[in-house]
Ligand binder design. Structure first.
Ligand code: ADP
Ligand code: ADP
Length: 226
């Protein structure tokens, strides 16, 4: 549980592309924020800067009260879920979820407790022995979420996590993610290019264009946007 504050955050890639320009946003503790906008508007870059996967060219980024500009990803209390899931194909669901914690040398019993609790929340307890290839797209997505949940991060970062699912499942997972947010009581930052998705999720929506914030609004206010 933590707030995320971006102050005048700018990203200039090598070669001079200004991907994000003077981005200012106060994300409250436990808020569900959605970043939306067309491809190339700077959503992923913003998220990756929060994750620590991309250096900030200018500005300040706080997670909680801590300035994290120079803090490596593993020390930021964040977990990120990608659209391609990136599951390890040779590992079972259980081991996929446990792997990150094993690397951190967490005691076995604690790992086991967290994996089983996450599996229960996501309703994948019956899939723990399977390999990813024996799962459906929606199940794989849940495992990817599970891998993030077990780390008990203060901030969840999601980059188009539903874009590889079919339309029906996408709608279902939107509802599930909203429920998950309620349940975990953590801060969510969610990136999508899908307007409808943005308007059906999240406490506030940040509309980006050409690396700049165009509008920050609640879902209802956004409906009124011309
Ligand atoms: P979005 O997530 O909204 O599609 P991105 O953050 O991926 O947008 O990209 C924003 C801009 O930065 C685009 O112009 C893109 O081409 C550029 N960009 C993204 N990654 C890199 C990179 N590694 N090197 C140079 N330019 C990049
Ligand atoms: P290792 O890292 O030595 O291969 P495992 O990850 O296979 O060890 O198992 C470690 C512990 O994790 C086991 O004692 C067991 O409690 C738990 N575990 C592993 N796989 C499963 C599973 N599919 N379902 C429930 N618990 C499991």
């Amino acid at each position: 549980m933590a707030s995320v504050v971006l102050k005048g955050v700018t990203k200039v890639y090598q070669g001079g592309v200004v991907a994000v320009k003077d981005f200012n946003l106060d994300i409250a503790d436990r808020e569900f924020i959605v970043l939306v906008g067309p491809s190339g508007c700077g959503k992923s870059t913003t998220l990756r800067m929060v994750a620590g996967l991309e250096e900030i060219t200018e500005g300040e980024l706080y997670i909680g009260d801590r300035l994290v500009n120079d803090v490596p990803p593993k020390d930021r209390d964040i977990a990120m879920v990608f659209q391609n899931y990136a599951l390890y194909p040779h590992m079972t669901v259980y081991d996929n979820m446990a792997f990150g914690l094993k690397l951190r040398k967490m005691p076995r019993a604690e790992i086991d407790k967290r994996v089983k609790e996450a599996a229960r929340i996501l309703d994948i307890e019956h899939l723990l022995d399977r390999k990813p290839k024996a799962l459906s797209g929606g199940q794989r997505q849940r495992v990817a979420l599970g891998r993030a949940i077990v780390r008990e991060p203060k901030v969840f970062l999601m980059d188009e996590p539903l874009s590889n699912l079919d339309a029906k499942l996408r709608v279902q997972m939107r509802t599930e993610l909203s429920k998950l947010h309620e349940r975990l009581q953590t801060t969510f930052i969610y990136v999508t290019h899908d307007q409808t998705e943005a308007m059906t999720m999240g406490d506030r929506i940040v509309v980006m264009k050409d690396g700049v914030i165009q509008q920050v609004a609640g879902p209802q206010e956004l409906y009124d946007y011309p």
